[in-house]
Design a protein around this ligand. Structure first.
Ligand SMILES: [Zn+2]
Length: 350
């Protein structure tokens, strides 16, 4: 087949939905087809993740796996563009609400939702299915875990963080460049970093970071970019973007020495304080399948129970306990792990 015939053949297969994108030189018909054949895993579907999901779905990425551990709350709507007030009223898990909305936006793609916490025990299961992973998390613990899994599996991923009016982005291509630990050798100590809750976050900063992350993702998916890896730091309020070339470190524990310390770590404590959320997550040692009917019968005399088929919510005094299908319980109204575990033991029986 000559070049002209090849081009004509590819052009004839262009989906008109993507005409304004596939006509771009940097995408082309071939690039559009590569997107349709790609699987993207989005880890965390809050501010960054929900915007990444919408942009990538509209761009024609063929398959998504959306992983998120949380349920929607009203204060999410300021910056989490996929969701609306009905999703909040329904107390939907973010992964479920996101997948439902993506199906409305683009019925030609496949979207799978996983209401789960990403841990050393399951991260490889998610990453191994991906052509690329998008970082929609809000914590470095999970990012270092993702970095380990992605480098071990040889999968590209795009880091992104946002706080206040600032953001950072870096694409990690294990086959061709540095990883997150080449930039940050160790994660910051818990509590050292300001959070969106204490410092706030501008939704336009989220939009810029997510837009840059998805752009980096599209570049990788339509064809391996030849350019060097860069770490981008932006300030949307000040209108600045600084990009620094990053080189792989030979002695990087992850990509240099192949020591996957975060992936190999045993599970940490079974309770996690949700940063600035006035909430603690209590995770059982082994995943369980809570019997919602039995819980509902037992808890109804003690407080207000709501079951929406996906999660069970129990409100008692000033606390709300949200029970997930994998046995995790999110205790709202406290930042004390001991109190949270006591409430779970008292009412749920973990
Ligand atoms: Zn590295």
């Amino acid at each position: 087949m000559s070049l002209n015939e090849d081009t004509a053949s590819a052009a004839s297969e262009v989906n008109p939905r993507y005409a304004r994108q596939s006509v771009l030189d940097v995408v082309g018909a071939r690039g559009q087809q590569r997107l349709a054949a790609s699987t993207v895993v989005i880890v965390g579907c809050g501010a960054l993740g929900s915007m990444q999901a919408e942009l990538a779905a509209r761009a024609g990425v063929g398959r998504f796996i959306i992983v998120d551990r949380d349920v929607l709350e009203l204060h999410n709507l300021q910056r989490q563009l996929l969701f609306d007030e009905q999703d909040v009223r329904d107390r939907l898990p973010k992964a479920v609400a996101a997948a439902r909305r993506l199906r409305q936006i683009n019925s030609e793609i496949v979207t799978e939702e996983r209401v789960a916490d990403v841990t050393p025990a399951n991260v490889v299961e998610f990453v191994s299915q991906a052509d690329l992973v998008l970082d929609g998390t809000d914590n470095f613990e999970t990012r270092f875990l993702l970095n380990d899994a992605a480098v071990q599996q040889g999968k590209p991923w795009v880091y992104g963080g946002v706080l206040g009016t600032d953001g950072t982005v870096m694409a990690v291509r294990p086959a061709a460049g540095p990883c997150l630990r080449c930039v940050f050798p160790t994660p910051p100590e818990a509590g050292d970093m300001p959070t969106c809750e204490t410092q706030g976050v501008l939704n336009t900063a989220v939009a810029w970071v997510a837009g840059l992350q998805v752009t980096e993702a599209l570049k990788i998916l339509v064809g391996e970019p030849a350019e060097d890896s860069r770490f981008h730091a932006l300030d949307v309020w000040g209108g600045s973007l600084n990009s620094v070339r990053i080189r792989r470190k030979d002695d990087c524990p992850c990509c240099g020495l192949k020591q996957f310390e975060f992936l190999d770590a045993k599970r940490g404590s079974s309770s996690t304080v949700f940063c600035g959320r006035n909430a603690v997550q209590v995770t059982p040692a082994e995943p369980t399948s809570p019997d919602y009917d039995a819980l509902c019968a037992r808890l109804t005399p003690l407080g207000t129970v709501t079951v929406n088929g996906l999660v069970l919510e129990f409100a008692v005094d000033s606390h709300r306990l949200i029970v997930f299908p994998d046995g995790r319980v999110l205790v709202m109204g406290t930042t004390k792990t001991a109190e949270a575990r006591s409430l779970v033991a008292k009412y749920i029986g973990a």
